[in-house]
Design a protein around this ligand. Structure first.
Ligand SMILES: Nc1nc2c(ncn2[C@@H]2O[C@H](COP(=O)(O)OP(=O)(O)O)[C@@H](O)[C@H]2O)c(=O)[nH]1
Ligand SMILES: [Mg+2]
Length: 45
């Protein structure tokens, strides 16, 4: 299964990404839309 998190800038996408993936992607108060998307693989039991 592949999924993507989309939404407005600063709406909390990276925060949700980090929660779902136990990741440490940078959460910022400024727009990082120009940067590469965060990608992770997670096991779903
Ligand atoms: N008050 C509040 N702030 C949040 C919430 N989720 C994320 N933030 C803050 O909103 C800012 C942007 O979050 P981020 O995950 O980087 O958003 P993104 O631009 O959609 O990736 C950061 O300062 C987060 O700490 C939330 O549920 N409540
Ligand atoms: Mg982000």
């Amino acid at each position: 299964m592949k999924l993507a998190i989309i939404g407005l800038a600063n709406s909390g996408k990276t925060t949700v990404f980090n929660a779902l993936t136990r990741g440490h992607a940078e959460v910022a108060t400024y727009s990082t839309a120009a940067l590469e998307p965060n990608v992770a693989i997670v096991k779903v039991p």
